[in-house]
Ligand binder design. Structure first.
Ligand SMILES: Cc1cc2nc3c(=O)[nH]c(=O)nc-3n(C[C@H](O)[C@H](O)[C@H](O)COP(=O)(O)O)c2cc1C
Length: 249
């Protein structure tokens, strides 16, 4: 195995960071790596907002559901879907992009671009010996987050990435079997096979939760998914998108 794959396979979310800043040089490398990701037709429909200001971090931590590691980290990056620059081109070039910029497709392009950039940033950070944790909790309160970060129309904060020197070493969380997520040539719809994949993973996760080095508990993946998906969350997002000129036509 090579170093890149070793880094990928050693990933675990880090939720406790040392009280040590990430340097400007490290941030620059991480952002450059993010920018090197593939981007749909080179449209580069995302922005990254680096949060170093302690007070802003604390407000974000609160808005994200009081997650302490949003405040206590080396740097916090917010990844946004961003079609603002494209709107500026439309104005400058005196053309009308509204049909395309209003489309669900372009929102998907922007979220995909932002996600690819973010994952490059995460891997770059991990390759530098830093730890990361994505923070979707920002979407608990997007109106407040967007006011705080001054994001204009056609920009949507999607998630954050807390980065810093790890102050703990959680176990790597097992994933579904590769054969559960990888289909050859066509999708395998077999319910019995899918049920078996899920049962196998429930077993694996039960063992993981029983034996991990912190926060041990009795749980299965199925139980977690039931809990998660029977609780509607963030149902206001469609309205927020429309307020931010993402009408998803
Ligand atoms: C888009 C996204 C949002 C996430 N949001 C949060 C979050 O708000 N808080 C948190 O503690 N972890 C968050 N996570 C981390 C996941 O819980 C974690 O990646 C998952 O449980 C797998 O664990 P691992 O990263 O340690 O392998 C998020 C992950 C992703 C990809």
């Amino acid at each position: 195995m090579n170093q890149v794959i070793n880094t990928l396979l050693a990933h675990r979310s880090i939720r406790k960071f040392k009280d040590e800043k990430v340097t400007e040089e490290q941030i620059s490398l991480i952002v450059k790596s993010a920018q090197a990701a593939s981007t749909s037709s080179n449209i580069q429909a995302y922005s990254i907002i680096g949060i170093s200001d302690e007070k802003t971090k604390e407000t974000l931590a609160h808005l994200a559901g009081d997650q302490s590691y949003v405040a206590n980290n080396g740097i916090f990056l917010v990844f946004c879907a961003d079609l603002y620059r494209h709107e500026i081109i439309a104005q400058k070039e005196k053309v009308d992009f509204s049909t395309t910029l209003d489309s669900t497709e372009k929102f998907m392009v922007a979220t995909i671009d932002a996600s690819l950039a973010a994952q490059n940033a995460a891997i770059a950070a991990e390759s530098l010996g830093l730890g990361v944790c994505y923070i979707g909790g920002l979407r608990n309160n997007l109106h407040e987050v967007s006011d705080l970060l001054n994001t204009p129309k056609r920009v949507v904060p999607l998630f954050g990435l807390a980065i810093g020197y790890p102050a703990h070493q959680p176990d790597v969380k097992p994933r579904l079997a590769t054969t559960a997520v990888y289909h050859e040539n066509r999708y395998n719809q077999s319910i019995s096979k899918t049920e078996q994949d899920i049962a196998n993973y429930d077993q694996k996760m039960t063992e993981y939760y029983e034996s991990r080095n912190s926060n041990k508990r009795v749980d299965t993946w199925s139980k977690q998914i039931v809990k998660k998906l029977t609780t509607p969350t963030r149902m206001y997002i469609k309205k927020f998108l429309s307020d931010k000129h993402f009408p998803l036509k």
